[in-house]
Design a protein around this ligand. Structure first.
Ligand SMILES: Nc1ncnc2c1ncn2[C@@H]1O[C@H](COP(=O)(O)OP(=O)(O)OP(=O)(O)O)[C@@H](O)[C@H]1O
Ligand SMILES: [Mg+2]
Length: 205
């Protein structure tokens, strides 16, 4: 059966995920691949509506459980309608965030236990896992500085420093536990140095 590769980009705010997604997309297109670029939460019309609900800062408070379930609802839709069909026809899928972000933000940041997230992951994804995950890592302050140059902060970006330190720690713990799949990228380096590392990891695929 033809099967493409699934690559996810992870890490805290402002550390270069979106910037390097475009770099990877061009790199793969040059190799003659069909590339599907997508993001989470989001990636389908319905999942993008759920994203908007998750990121808005106005209105009713969203409980931690509701947040977790909305994220996995969006993910189920994204996998069913976009990711799995693309992989099956042999395309490479690049996603700006995926389930590692749920372990980092809802697990590390909000304090939801790992077993609950793992149960939902199994229910929604079955055996689907990324082939490669690039984790952009740098001190929280650096990402904040870079992200600040952009528009108004969303609901996650408005969290306190301590939240982001927990997110970073959870990401790093996961990278240690799943070192075969998750590759750490030192995001404090120059963009050229970062892209050289990314290219090296892509070549291993
Ligand atoms: N290695 C780098 N050195 C210097 N600046 C960088 C580097 N990587 C990215 N930037 C800049 O930092 C800013 C944030 O990058 P980007 O939007 O790609 O981050 P992100 O991880 O997608 O953030 P978010 O999680 O908030 O979407 C951009 O202005 C980008 O040009
Ligand atoms: Mg981004």
């Amino acid at each position: 059966m033809k099967q493409g590769k699934f690559i996810t980009l992870e890490g805290g705010e402002g550390l270069g995920k979106t910037t390097n997604l475009a770099f990877i997309q061009h790199f793969l297109i040059e190799q003659g691949r069909e590339v599907v670029v997508t993001r989470e939460p989001g990636g389908t019309v319905l999942a993008e509506k759920l994203r908007a609900l998750l990121l808005e800062t106005q209105g009713e408070l969203i409980s931690d459980k509701t947040e977790l379930l909305l994220l996995f609802a969006a993910r189920a839709q994204h996998i069913h309608n976009v990711i799995q069909p693309a992989l099956t026809r042999g395309a490479w899928v690049l996603s700006d965030r995926f389930t590692d972000a749920t372990y980092a933000y809802q697990g590390g940041g909000r304090g939801i236990d790992v077993a609950t997230i793992a149960w939902l992951e199994q229910f929604v994804q079955a055996s689907l896992q990324p082939d490669l995950t690039l984790l952009f890592d740098a001190p929280v302050e650096l990402g904040m500085q870079r992200a600040k140059k952009r528009a108004a902060l969303d609901r996650f970006e408005s969290e306190q420093q301590a939240f982001f330190r927990h997110v970073r720690a959870a990401y790093l713990e996961r990278a240690q536990q799943q070192s075969e799949r998750i590759k750490l990228i030192d995001a404090s380096q120059s963009l050229a140095a970062v892209q050289l590392r990314i290219q090296q990891w892509l070549e291993t695929l």
